[in-house]
Design a protein around this ligand. Structure first.
Ligand code: PLP
Ligand code: COI
Length: 341
């Protein structure tokens, strides 16, 4: 199979249309058998649930070419389970988890020519999503839905790759206690757009959100969870009921403990503690682990000792071990790697 003529090393994180996408429609109380199609557009009622009341949720995962030439995904069962949780919270019918994993594999295989080669620095980003497709005008769940999976080859999420980021403490809240912060609902991202555009205008790469109830605890950013490293080498990651349960973060906790022998604390993290940490990173499928060099709280700068030129040493070890597992250079824990081909 011949790969597409793409400048893999210079891809950013933007949409490149690929050949095939998977579609299954829900009607009369059941999902149809689904199929791969070529049409990259969607035609729905102007009154569709997704357009009127944002009834939609999504997932994000990646396909990798491993060192020995296989195409794999990383823990897709956890994305399937998280989409299940998101659907339940949004009154969307659940797409069966085993079918989710199959649909992802089929879509990747159908777009094999777009799976970046091993060592190129790029990956194939996979975006499964579900939306209410039938009309609703009173506030209510739709009767019909579409589940869709598309793929797009991507490079680093943040421009500059592994260069440490500067983030700011946001004045806006991301998710209310008992709200929807723990699911991957489109609405969580719509409400973050104003804050991210404003952050970018002011020269910041991302927003650090604090807990809305007390504004004393670190939650997450618009698209990634936090990992901190203490001066004595412990990994600390915020625990909160209103952050997205990142699959990357959960995997890094295992990597830190079982591969690197580090102590890990998953607990509430006070913003006041941040000035004492040695390293900070943003972790997620898109972000992988992106190092943070500086955190600005209303003009008050916290400069992480790891600096603004390189990843801190612990962050780097975590990054290398995780990506080593994903690319097949390091043996993975059982069940983490799903071989597509
Ligand atoms: N937090 C938010 C708000 C996200 O959008 C994402 C991305 O999916 C993450 C965290 C990281 O989650 P994961 O590692 O499962 O991609
Ligand atoms: C991901 O990491 O997959 C996400 O969905 C984050 C998004 C902000 C691109």
């Amino acid at each position: 199979m011949e790969k597409k003529n793409i400048d893999w090393a210079n891809l950013g994180f933007s949409y490149v249309q690929t050949d095939k996408r998977y579609v299954s429609n829900y009607k009369d109380g059941a999902w149809d058998e689904g199929a791969l199609i070529s049409d990259a557009t969607v035609a729905i009622s102007e009154c569709a649930g997704v357009l009127q009341y944002a009834q939609t949720c999504f997932e994000g995962l990646k396909a990798y070419t491993t060192e020995d030439g296989h195409i794999v995904t990383f823990r897709p069962d956890l994305n399937a389970a998280r989409l299940h949780d998101s659907c339940e919270r949004l009154e969307i019918p659940v797409f069966p988890e085993d079918r989710f994993v199959e649909a992802v594999s089929e879509t990747v295989l159908a777009n094999e020519a777009y799976v970046p080669p091993y060592g190129s620095g790029a990956t194939l980003y996979i975006r499964p999503f579900i939306f209410g497709s039938s009309s609703v005008i009173g506030v209510a769940p739709a009767d019909e839905y579409q589940f869709r999976v598309f793929t797009t080859p991507v490079g680093p999420y943040f421009k500059g790759g592994a260069k440490p980021l500067t983030i700011r403490v946001s004045d806006f809240d991301r998710a209310a206690p008992h709200g929807t912060g723990h699911i991957k609902a489109g609405l969580n991202y719509a409400m973050s757009l104003y804050a991210i555009v404003d952050a970018h205008h002011k020269g910041f790469d991302e927003n650090m959100y604090l807990d809305p109830a007390t504004r004393t605890k670190v939650e997450e950013t618009g698209g990634a969870n936090f990992l901190f490293v203490t001066k004595d080498g412990k990994v600390v990651t915020p625990k909160s009921g209103s952050i997205l349960p990142s699959i990357t973060r959960r995997s890094l906790v295992t990597v830190a403990k079982d591969y690197l022998g580090l102590e890990v604390e998953e607990r509430e993290v006070l913003f006041d503690e941040v000035k004492d940490f040695a390293e900070c990173g943003l972790c997620g499928t898109a972000a992988v682990i992106s190092p943070v060099g500086k955190i600005v709280d209303h003009g008050n700068e916290i400069c992480l000792p790891s600096g603004m030129t390189e990843m801190g040493p612990v962050t780097k070890k975590l990054y290398e071990t995780l990506t080593g597992i994903q690319m097949g250079r390091i043996e993975a824990p059982k069940g983490w790697i799903h071989v597509i081909k």
